[in-house]
Design a protein around this ligand. Structure first.
Ligand SMILES: Cc1cc2nc3c(=O)[nH]c(=O)nc-3n(C[C@H](O)[C@H](O)[C@H](O)COP(=O)(O)OP(=O)(O)OC[C@H]3O[C@@H](n4cnc5c(N)ncnc54)[C@H](O)[C@@H]3O)c2cc1C
Length: 363
């Protein structure tokens, strides 16, 4: 039996793939329902449809533009993005897993290991601990991964604070906004419409999150009111992270499988689920296979993030000037951020002045 801890997208999609191949799979989820609480903007590129066809009820909006804002510049680029209801999305993937034969045990929290094949779990309904025997354990339990901690696989994690709230604001409902520059140190701010008058507004940063968030909120809405909070941690990808130790595996946020440019972790975790399913089925080394399948892409995102984090307001203004050219817009529309290698290669080929920013690798 394979025990997966966490019924987020990473855990449920892996459970679906494994169960489809006849494996006995159980998912332990500490909450009383799948998908709550929401701690995500739920925006993904249309690449998600390479994995499955989303049910209509999962989709809040389809957006065809992104407005990129720097201190003194603003451009609009055509894109193809989906804003999901994240709670419904999680339940949609969990149902796929159940239909394929996986069992989901709600209100069950992973506590720790006892030897190689026994795990200790807590039934939160009656507050009792019990032990279960398992052949393998997968930590799909998010950025605070208890599995990674218990298996000593959590060396020096670095996380962004993702502070996000739903707020009342009417913006163009076909576009989302991204904001860059010194008011958004080390990451960026976003404003994503979910309906005609409600947006998901957030920032990511390493420190002083409240200060940056409220400044952004005030600048966009003139007020400090929020409807509800959806904040959480966003892991920074670590190429050195150990993601397999014997029969213990990590996936998704627990494995820091997140694009460092955008904080997007949903599509990388779905991709990782295919790699991990293959490794479990065919007894392959997941540390090595993941690097082969996704390591280069996630490393490229990390390198771009390191460059962006050295940008001044002036550099962002210049970058937006380059991006506003028609030849660049065409490439940005054709290759999304889930295919970063052809995206960057084509950008550099069509507009070599992007290379000017690469000096910042050494700055
Ligand atoms: C503010 C914010 C905005 C974001 N926006 C986007 C976005 O727009 N697009 C995008 O692609 N990504 C986004 N992300 C990242 C995305 O949310 C994560 O990468 C994604 O949720 C990772 O999925 P996962 O299954 O690995 O982990 P999670 O979704 O965190 O799921 C982990 C599950 O494990 C359960 N769990 C935890 N501990 C235990 C335990 N001990 N026992 C049992 N169960 C346990 C949890 O209850 C949870 O259900 C955002 C993140 C934040 C914080």
């Amino acid at each position: 039996m394979i025990t997966i801890v966490g019924a987020g997208p990473a855990g449920s999609y892996l459970a679906y793939l494994l169960a489809k191949q006849g494996k006995e799979v159980i998912i332990l989820e500490e909450h009383s329902q799948v998908g709550a609480p929401v701690q995500c903007t739920g925006i993904v590129t249309h690449s998600i449809e390479k994995f499955f066809r989303l049910k209509n009820e999962v989709i809040a909006k389809r957006l065809d533009k992104v407005v990129v804002v720097s201190k003194n510049n603003r451009i609009t680029v055509n894109v193809d993005e989906i804003v999901m209801w994240r709670d419904k999305f999680d339940r949609f993937v969990a149902e796929m897993a159940q239909e394929a034969g996986a069992e989901i045990s709600l209100n069950h929290k992973f506590i720790g290991f006892e030897g190689k094949n026994i795990i200790i779990i807590k039934d939160k309904k009656n507050n009792k601990t019990k032990k279960i025997k398992t052949d393998a354990v997968v930590g799909a339990d998010g950025p605070y991964s208890a599995v990674a901690n218990a298996a000593s696989m959590n060396s020096h994690p670095k996380n962004y604070i993702g502070m996000q709230a739903k707020v009342r604001l009417a913006i163009d409902t076909t576009a989302f906004e991204t904001h860059f520059g010194s008011d958004f140190p080390d990451f960026f701010g976003w404003c994503v419409p979910e309906s005609d008058d409600i947006v998901r507004l957030g920032i990511g940063c390493f420190e002083n999150a409240q200060e940056h968030f409220y400044r952004f909120l005030k600048s966009r809405t003139g007020k400090k009111d929020v409807l509800c909070w959806e904040s959480g941690l966003i892991p920074l990808y670590s190429p050195k992270k150990i993601i397999q130790k014997g029969n213990v595996y990590l996936i998704g946020d627990a494995a820091s499988q997140v694009k460092a440019t955008t904080g997007g972790g949903i599509i990388p975790s779905l991709k990782a689920a295919h790699t991990l399913c293959d490794c479990i089925n065919n007894n392959k080394d997941y540390n090595r296979e993941f690097k082969k399948q996704s390591g280069k892409e996630l490393l490229l995102h990390l390198r771009i993030r390191n460059i962006l984090n050295k940008f001044s307001d002036n550099d962002y203004d210049k970058l937006l000037n380059l991006m506003s050219q028609e030849k660049v817009r065409k490439i940005l529309k054709k290759y999304d951020r889930d295919t970063p290698i052809p995206l960057v290669a084509n950008l550099l080929f069509k507009e070599p002045r992007f290379l000017l920013f690469s000096k910042m690798i050494f700055a």
